[in-house]
Design a protein around this ligand. Sequence first.
Ligand code: DGL
Length: 262
Amino acid sequence: MSAHPLGIFDSGLGGLSVAREVRLRLPREDLLYIADSAYVPYGGRSLEEIRERSIAMTRELVEAGAKLVVAACNTASGAAIEALRETFAIPIVGLEPAVKPAAATSRKRRIAVLATPATLQTERFHRLVDNHGPGIDVVKVACPGFVELVESGEVTGERAAKVVRDVLASVVEADVDRVVLGCTHYPFLREHLTDVLGESVEILDSGAAVARQVERVLAANGLLRQSGSGDFRALTTGDPTTVAPIVDRLWGGPVDTAHVSI
Ligand code: DGL
């Protein structure tokens, strides 16, 4: 690992869906990922607590030499992106649900946003809907059970299918043609989502757009790594004996995962 990796954090393992897009786009960069497994899920916590944890995660990454940090979590970005940018001097890239492209392309003028309760109550989310959603019905759906399925690595099988089916019943009823994945855990359930929604509903997530944004910011700051092949290392605030095998499963290969106390 070079002295200056890209730092990526999430409440848990959902941010791996962003990390894999960053890896695809920027294979030379070293990636250092922190899963705040001891505090997952963030979605039911107060905005104040999410802000405190996000600052603590970012501080750890900065102290490890990160040249840029990705808040690979819509909930953390919604609650804390301004605070992170005020607190740290390095570039911080955040996420927001892909409401803009969904609203711009919806023929039915009806879209759904799936996100955590905390994201749905942030000011940043309300602004996003106000700016891009006029004239569009935006169905907002908190998705109980989704984060837990991903954290336990249970992304395939009948139990996951049933949880997804139950949560999406209201979305199917609303007859939308775009569904925005406003939480980085949800792309790991994409196959079940497609099964329930059908091929005619487009599912949008922000991972690839964030990876492009990371590339732009690195390039603009002269920080792109020019040679070598990057590695990927993970830290968890939880118990690595339980978390590491799930990181391997979601990443699709063995990852060096260690404990960190934050
Ligand atoms: N992965 C997160 C997000 O993008 C948060 C999930 C949670 O911890 O509730 O919103």
